[in-house]
Ligand binder design. Structure first.
Ligand SMILES: Cc1cc2nc3c(=O)[nH]c(=O)nc-3n(C[C@H](O)[C@H](O)[C@H](O)COP(=O)(O)OP(=O)(O)OC[C@H]3O[C@@H](n4cnc5c(N)ncnc54)[C@H](O)[C@@H]3O)c2cc1C
Length: 437
């Protein structure tokens, strides 16, 4: 991730930095030493995961800690279905680690390239009105604090800090271990269909309530949506996975290869975008399969893009989406990437975008070589009107003044940060903006 020449760049190519020093700690003790050394030199220090945040949340101008050598299983509590992982463990490594114990993660997002610490720290989520984001699965964590000491948080130690530490924006310390509440391994029956957008919107609330995991993508400039409906089944249910060739054709050739061609063509000749989107809506996603949960939740995303995503009270999703649709019609932009709509249960994490309210998410994307500013700013205005909270890892322009009013526990988080990191050892410009100093 850190390139020769010492420049770090994020996946979306929206952020980069040349840190003063990059370290690759292999042990918890090495993380402690790195934090103490940075503090002695008055250099800010920050861990990064996979660099998949689109915001500057992971930017580390001082000491950058890459935790790719701090991965794997620490312990398993088979009886309670809990596992403790080293913080740098990537999500795609976890199914293999859990398999011997018959366990799985309860829910996942669209991809599995992120580190577990990075994913929970920004509130990464999937879809499903009865299921929370990944941070809601956290029942314990160990943190290296600004003093270099270890702080354990969980049911038995410092339980009052768990709702902050489980989704801490990287602002409270360096996570070295994360304990997850898992569920018995399960399979998912997936149905992916192109449908009429109006039909989807008309039946939205019912489908979200009735299905385990429902989401849809809308292709701007068309009246089509691609729906994804995943139903949870016991692990013993017969599996009908996509054959490897079919998966390759759908995910790599259609999902990525043709999409790459579509994006490049749409950028060169914007007038073609509506026709390309109509074609995409036809060829993308008409399939049904049953497979291990992690293989169904996670897909690959090889066409680079930038993204903004807002969480709304679930009941506001439909009107906000309609306003967004009208905006795209009015403004004459040519948007080649779909709009994604997902749902999640309320949770108790202080800075969760779903804190204390059942939520729906609306995400907009743009090809990384196109300037997203005008589109994203106009969409952001709509999302703020509908009581939106921005995803911490996806592009937005909001600062602490607005965020404070949208998170009832915002000041509690800021107070805990003040206690754990009074000198702001874990600071960067993004945290200054969203937390107010
Ligand atoms: C292609 C793509 C698909 C995506 N899909 C989804 C999705 O489906 N749902 C969703 O909600 N989001 C999604 N995201 C956003 C992504 O999940 C988040 O931005 C996530 O934080 C990225 O994890 P990471 O490991 O790359 O973390 P990074 O971006 O590297 O870091 C994120 C934050 O975590 C902190 N951090 C990392 N490690 C530690 C540690 N050990 N201790 C303390 N803090 C730490 C960093 O300092 C930073 O503040 C997607 C992003 C991309 C690029």
């Amino acid at each position: 991730m850190t390139r020769p020449g010492g420049v770090w760049r994020n996946w979306g190519r929206s952020e980069s930095v040349r840190p003063q020093r990059v370290e690759f700690p292999r042990t918890v003790a090495a993380v402690q030493r790195a934090v103490v050394a940075a503090a002695a030199q008055r250099l800010p220090v920050k861990a990064v995961g996979a660099g998949h945040s689109f915001t500057g949340i992971a930017v580390a101008p001082g000491v950058l800690l890459e935790l790719d050598d701090l991965t794997g299983l620490v312990s398993v509590d088979v009886e309670r279905g809990r596992v403790t992982l080293l913080a740098g463990t990537r999500l795609h490594q976890i199914p293999r680690l859990l398999a011997p114990y018959g366990l799985a993660m309860e829910n996942l997002g669209d991809i599995d390239r992120q580190s577990i610490a990075g994913a929970i720290s920004t509130g990464t989520h999937g879809t499903g009105a009865r299921f929370g984001g990944i941070a809601a699965q956290v029942v314990g964590a160990t943190l290296v604090t600004a003093s270099g000491d270890l702080l354990r948080v969980g049911e038995d130690e410092n339980p009052e800090m768990l709702p902050a530490v489980a989704l801490g924006l990287g602002a409270l310390g360096i996570l070295v271990e994360v304990t997850l509440q898992c569920v018995p391994a399960f399979v998912l029956h997936a149905v992916e269909r192109p449908e009429s957008l109006d039909d989807v919107l008309r039946t939205l609330e019912d489908r979200v309530a009735a299905e385990d995991h429902f989401e849809f993508y809308w292709f701007p400039h068309t009246d089509r949506a691609m729906t994804k409906t995943n139903t949870r089944l016991p692990e013993s249910a017969p599996r009908h996975p996509l054959p490897p060739v079919g998966r390759w054709i759908d995910d790599t050739l259609v999902g990525s290869g043709l999409h790459q061609v579509a994006c490049t063509t749409g950028r060169a000749v914007p007038a073609l975008v509506p026709a390309i989107n109509r074609l995409s809506a036809k060829v993308w996603g008409d399939r049904e399969f049953t497979d291990a949960s992690a293989r169904v939740f996670a897909t690959s995303r090889s066409v680079r893009f930038r993204e903004m995503e807002y969480a709304l009270p679930a009941g506001n999703v439909r009107p906000a989406f309609q306003a967004l649709r009208a905006l795209v019609d009015e403004r004459g932009w040519r948007i080649g990437f779909p709009v994604e709509v997902r749902f999640a249960a309320a949770d108790d994490r202080w800075l969760s975008t779903a804190h204390d309210r059942a939520s729906g998410y609306i995400a907009v994307h743009r090809y990384w070589r196109e300037d997203p500013t005008e589109y994203f700013e106009a969409v952001e205005e709509i999302m703020l009107r509908f009581d939106g909270r921005p995803h911490w890892g996806k592009m937005h322009t909001i600062g602490a003044d607005i965020l404070r009013a949208r998170y009832p526990r915002f000041d509690d988080f800021v107070a805990l940060r003040e206690r754990l990191d009074p000198e702001r050892l874990f600071r960067n410009a993004y945290l200054e903006r969203v937390l107010g100093g």
